[in-house]
Design a protein. Structure first.
Length: 368
């Protein structure tokens, strides 16, 4: 079952193992993809993953880009991205562009005259730094939703097999959903329906630009896991229903942000929490509720082929996503397909993540 061809989120895939979006830090100074980035995706395609999702791409010049972040905020981005996509397709891979409005979770901003934005200007702590932000006006919100739609169209023109809108982990759409960060008193704040308005307007804009058949995915938190004021699972489940109504092709369930409780963020050390597959209980409920309406997948803590097989066989979950294990072993799905039952060698130390050239620390040591 695990290595049968399948259709997930409107995309024909070699298997239901998805490479979840992972920030690469491999853009050049202009925000275009480098040869190193394309080679990384070629290795993933050769490694047997069913669908790969790119690291988050910047969609709007209203806000700064993260250091060495890929951008898709201008028509000049289409040609270099198209070259990367052709290389991936040449290796038989399927690739989805993840697009994001960063909001106040951005770090190391670059570019003069741009602003760090948020729903309400709530001060945010990023590590040891407290960061101020500009509360968006309704005109700026309208610009960002249009920018998201235009970015999705560029992804389609570049040949990507689909697009995923990032609405998790405390980026702007996630902040709008959170009552702690969203304290607005207009049509974008207060009730859950209002807090979900920005996300749903972005999806409507994306659909308007790419048409009804193009695969549109969304990444969303199951919960914010905050001490107070975060989005709850019941609220998330309702938002997922609205996304299904909006004809989203697939929903990837994650959770947490930079303000989550200790060990409850998006990236967890499994050995410490002793909690593998930590978002499965939420995704399982969502998949059962949305069965037949949209495909639901899950990220977080998968390290063994048996765990993935069991998850897919015993729930309505349509796909399982991996991030850190594929940094350590980009050929892991191929190894499992060929009969290996060895777990991933990833130890969940998270030393892979950084500002640029993201890779497993052990791979870096081996190359040194």
């Amino acid at each position: 079952m695990l290595f049968d061809r399948c259709r997930i989120g409107g995309i024909d895939a070699a298997c239901p193992i998805v490479r979840s979006a992972t920030f690469e830090g491999m853009a050049d100074a202009q925000g275009y993809p480098t040869d190193k980035l394309a080679q990384m995706y070629e290795r993933l395609a050769d490694g047997g993953v069913g669908v790969m999702i790119t690291g988050m791409m910047a969609v709007s010049t209203l806000e700064p880009r993260q250091h060495r972040q890929i951008r898709i905020d201008d028509d000049s981005c289409v040609a270099p991205l198209a070259d990367m996509v052709r290389r991936v397709h040449g290796h038989g891979g399927k690739i989805v562009a993840q697009i994001v409005v960063m909001g106040s979770s951005i770090m190391m901003p670059e570019g003069e005259g741009r602003i760090i934005v948020s729903p309400s200007g709530v001060t945010e702590k990023l590590g040891k730094i407290e960061q101020e932000s500009h509360a968006l006006t309704t005109d700026e919100i309208a610009r960002l939703t249009e920018d998201a739609g235009r970015a999705a169209l560029r992804a389609k023109e570049a040949g990507f097999d689909g697009v995923q809108f990032h609405s998790a982990h405390g980026y702007l759409a996630s902040k709008f959903l959170s009552p702690y960060f969203n304290r607005r008193e207009d049509e974008y704040g207060g009730s859950l329906e209002n807090r979900a308005r920005f996300l749903l307007e972005c999806i409507a804009s994306i659909r308007k630009h790419v048409g009804p058949e193009y695969p549109v995915w969304v990444k969303i938190n199951s919960e914010d896991f905050m001490k107070e004021g975060g989005m709850t699972f019941d609220e998330s489940l309702q938002v997922m229903e609205w996304l299904a109504d909006a004809k989203v092709s697939a929903i990837e369930v994650s959770g947490g942000n930079m303000s989550s409780l200790p060990r409850k963020g998006p990236i967890r050390a499994i050995r410490r929490t002793k909690e593998p597959m930590y978002f499965v209980p939420y995704a399982e409920k969502a998949a059962a509720k949305l069965k037949g309406r949209t495909d639901v997948g899950v990220i977080g803590g998968f390290r063994q082929v048996g765990e993935i097989e069991s998850c897919l066989a015993n729930t309505d979950i349509a796909f399982v996503s991996l991030s850190r294990p594929l940094l350590r072993q980009p050929d892991l799905p191929k190894l499992w397909r060929e009969g290996s039952t060895e777990p991933s060698t990833c130890i969940s130390c998270s030393r892979c993540f950084g500002a640029e050239d993201v890779d497993c620390i052990f791979n870096k040591q081996e190359k040194a």
